[in-house]
Design a protein around this ligand. Structure first.
Ligand code: ATP
Ligand code: MG
Length: 299
């Protein structure tokens, strides 16, 4: 990629990256934003995405070879914002051996017998790997906050559940992510920001097209009634958990072609920050290679 292109992508990413949450306001972000890229430029966007995917594949190879760094990519969004499609497209070029996708749904009885981070810790990526969380422990300050009855089912000792519970969860999440980043596992958080109008359009599409009927869930329509409460919860979540070590990206999600471009660029950016290098052999190891070569030649 040329220097000019890299600068352009840098600028694009900066617009959506939140690495200091205090002043954050979700309403400053437009779900339909395309950074001035017109949809007529879709073919070019496709080229850029293909480029991003190729770059990601190249970096992943070094990530695995070096075996020092890891990457945790967290995706959060309202229903039909496009988490699944984004994962599919952005990760299309990577070696499947180096990526694990974990989806987090309502917790099981066993999971509820543990602290809420437990199930996510077990799925956190190893060095050399990319871990993708399709939903995550952030649901604990989103769906659980919007539906307080879920908190009651969590079997927490009563005396520990006070009005500070959300603030405490933010603190624990920040501490957990700091711990990961201090261990070389970078944390990248993506909020796919879709508008209420576009969500409706996509639900309708699921009703209208036979091939998409399977995606439709009446529960999603019920959940839509809590739209404002969710937006408020997302706003507060980002305010309290966006920082330089593990930034949030608020990615406009009304146009899928643009969403994918930004997410691919954000993942590439996170890997680039690791300054990845293939391992270099020391003198002794090189001598070993020399010996092996000789052995093969003498066969
Ligand atoms: P898709 O619909 O594309 O298959 P999804 O992620 O929406 O993917 P669902 O099975 O529809 O999957 O929904 C999972 C549900 O589990 C979501 O409504 C989410 O809010 C809920 N969930 C996830 N984590 C928790 C949690 N810790 N506590 C309660 N509910 C949770
Ligand atoms: Mg769903």
């Amino acid at each position: 990629m040329s220097h000019a292109e890299i600068m352009k992508i840098e600028k694009l990413l900066k617009r959506y990256r939140v690495d200091e949450g205090k002043q954050f306001r979700l309403r400053d972000y437009d779900p339909a934003d395309t950074h001035g890229l017109k949809s007529e430029l879709k073919p070019q966007a496709r080229d850029l995405l293909a480029h991003g995917v190729a770059e990601l594949s190249r970096l992943q190879d070094i990530l695995a070879a070096q075996d020092r760094w890891g990457l945790l990519l967290i995706l959060q969004a309202m229903d039909a914002a496009g988490k699944d499609g984004t994962i599919k497209h952005v990760m299309s070029g990577v070696n499947p051996q180096g990526v694990q996708v974990s989806s987090f749904k309502a917790p099981s009885a066993e999971e509820l017998d543990h602290g809420y981070l437990w199930r996510c810790m077990k799925s956190a990526p190893a060095r050399g790997h990319i871990g993708i969380f399709n939903r995550s422990y952030y649901e604990e300050v989103l769906v659980v906050r919007v539906h307080p009855e879920l908190l009651e089912k969590q079997k927490l000792p009563k005396s520990l559940v006070t009005k500070h519970v959300w603030q405490e969860r933010f603190e624990d999440i920040n501490a957990f992510e700091r711990y990961l980043t201090r261990n070389g596992i970078a944390v990248l958080k993506i909020f796919l920001h879709v508008s209420k109008k576009e969500q409706k359009r996509r639900f309708m599409e699921r009703l209208d097209h036979t091939d998409k009927n399977w995606k439709f869930s009446a529960a999603d329509v019920t959940e839509r009634q809590y739209w404002d409460a969710y937006q408020e919860a997302y706003n507060d979540m980002i305010r309290h958990t966006a920082n330089v070590h593990s930034p949030w990206y608020v990615v406009p999600a009304d146009n899928k072609w643009f969403t994918r471009l930004v997410v691919a660029a954000a993942v590439v950016h996170a890997l680039e920050r690791m300054n990845l290098k293939y391992p270099r052999l020391d003198g002794e190891q090189k001598a070993e290679l020399g010996k092996a070569r000789q052995q093969l030649e003498n066969e």
